[in-house]
Design a protein around this ligand. Structure first.
Ligand SMILES: Nc1nc2c(c(=O)[nH]1)N[C@H]1C(S)=C(S)[C@@H](COP(=O)(O)O)O[C@H]1N2
Ligand SMILES: [Mo]
Length: 199
């Protein structure tokens, strides 16, 4: 059997550590909307029911937190990111995508990293709707980037020309965060800031 390589300086653990910098929000599906905005021909807005009707794909990928822990083979199912790019008609000149969460958390990702086939807006985790503590109703899964780029309780994806910091980027974490290239911090050096596990 082919062994997939372990990313540099990561250690596998059995269970996820749950993080929620702003606490676990309440989600009201009556008012919840998932929006696609910014540099697009056609801004989009979906209710949860509408999201469930979009085509989905399944991926099984390891999950890597920048602080050094990883979880093996997590099964996610969700909307291919590229499908949203097509539906919205992303304009020329887009370089960055900002992700916004219900709780106020934000993170930014290079546009080109989101065009890989295994990037999805996940609605299901290990065969069931994503549990609330893991980001119900939706979170982006970008397997080759550290997990702080996977904004839980996702409400909006904004296409941008220019870079702006998200929550952890503002605190020194890397603009891209590629796991295989160990892009943990901007520039040289940096040190981990305290995360807040909630459970
Ligand atoms: N809204 C929100 N999303 C978030 C975070 C957060 O604090 N708030 N933490 C990030 C970090 S640093 C990691 S490692 C993963 C952890 O995912 P989990 O809580 O499902 O284990 O969520 C990411 N997404
Ligand atoms: Mo993390």
């Amino acid at each position: 059997m082919q062994e997939v390589q372990k990313p540099p300086n990561q250690k596998y653990i059995k269970n996820f550590i749950i993080y929620a910098e702003f606490g676990i929000p309440e989600v009201n599906l009556e008012t919840y909307r998932f929006k696609v905005s910014g540099e697009v021909q056609k801004p989009l807005s979906f209710t949860y029911e509408e999201l469930l009707k979009l085509p989905r794909k399944e991926i099984v990928e390891d999950f890597h937190c920048v602080t050094g822990w990883s979880v093996k083979s997590v099964k996610w199912e969700g909307i291919p990111f590229k499908l949203l790019v097509e539906m919205a008609g992303v304009k020329e000149g887009v370089n960055w995508v900002m992700f916004y969460s219900l709780d106020g958390y934000t993170t930014i990702v290079p546009y080109e990293d989101l065009l890989k086939d295994n990037v999805i807006i996940a609605l299901f985790m290990n065969g069931e709707k994503i549990p609330l503590k893991h980001g119900f109703p939706a979170r982006p899964i970008i397997p080759h980037l550290y997990a702080w780029k996977s904004a839980k309780w996702l409400t909006e994806v904004e296409f941008l020309k220019d870079y702006v910091d998200g929550y952890w980027e503002e605190r020194g974490y890397h603009e891209r965060g590629n796991v295989w290239e160990e892009e943990r911090f901007k520039g040289q050096g940096g040190k981990h800031l305290r995360r807040r596990p909630v459970i």
